[in-house]
Ligand binder design. Sequence first.
Ligand code: DGY
Length: 336
Amino acid sequence: MAAPKVLVTRPISQLALDKIAASCDMDLWADELPPPREALLQRIRGCDGILSLLTDRIDAEVMDASLCLRVIANYAVGYDNIDLAAADERRIQVGNTPGVLTETTADLAFALLLAAARRIAEADRYTRSGEWRTWGPRLLLGQDVHHATLGLVGFGRIGREMAKRARGFDMTVQYFDTTRNEEAEMQLGARRVDLDMLLATSDFVSVHVPLNEATRHLIGEREIGLMKSTAILINTSRGPVVDQQALYRALQDGAIAGAGLDVFEREPIPADDPLLALDNVVVTPHIGSASVATRTKMALMAAENLIEGVNCRPIPYKVNPEIDSDFRCCGLDCGE
Ligand code: DGY
């Protein structure tokens, strides 16, 4: 029997690639940039599985380019790049990489929080610039993190890890989430409030929700308008959860004090975007999960999803459990 054919849309950990290549006929898109749409549509033809990245839009057209596609293994915990309804219709299993990047992403969110509060990026630029003439009582004054109030928008895995970190800084932690988690509230000393209350009373607001139709622009002009003028917004989830235009205006007008952003409405953010000209914004290029160990674990999980899926077995980290035992499987004519 021929080995299942799979497309991997970018070089990932060699360990995972070796695992895939050992049992599959692997086509690796070896470029550092994502495959352009036409290339993706062409290369997926005849594939039983795809290991995709968040930069690949996997919609009905892509799915229909291979009639035997059985599994989409996304190398990310977020899967807003995949049309889940289209996958469901076609009985294709879709997998992600939950859990392994939780702490790494919370570390980055907290780093951005500290950096924005204490103006680290601005201070770094200043120190290198040659402008530094003396120790100054008014030089680069920032906000205290210790004993401040942290508002978490979303109290899932990453939000709760933020709460843990905040405890070490003696912060007061409040959260907004559609569901209440009393056990975590007790463990982490967090209290649930409504979104408006959270925005109006937090010194730091950190966003940890997935992107979907309910969360797109969840933090819009009205919501930003509720924040304290001294407050700082952190976003490490998905750019479109925050209305970036509204955020820009608030930062420019001093309606809020700063922001730490790892994600943007358009990625990469264009170098001439006015947001990047603001000193009160700290930015990173969507690197929340970017540690060597975490990226290796993500690659291995995605590989496991891929291999199980192409072999017509239920995948271990599935985001569409509604596709239970009757998923699309062997014996299909790939149309090749
Ligand atoms: C994810 O996994 O969704 C992150 O955005 C990238 O690791």
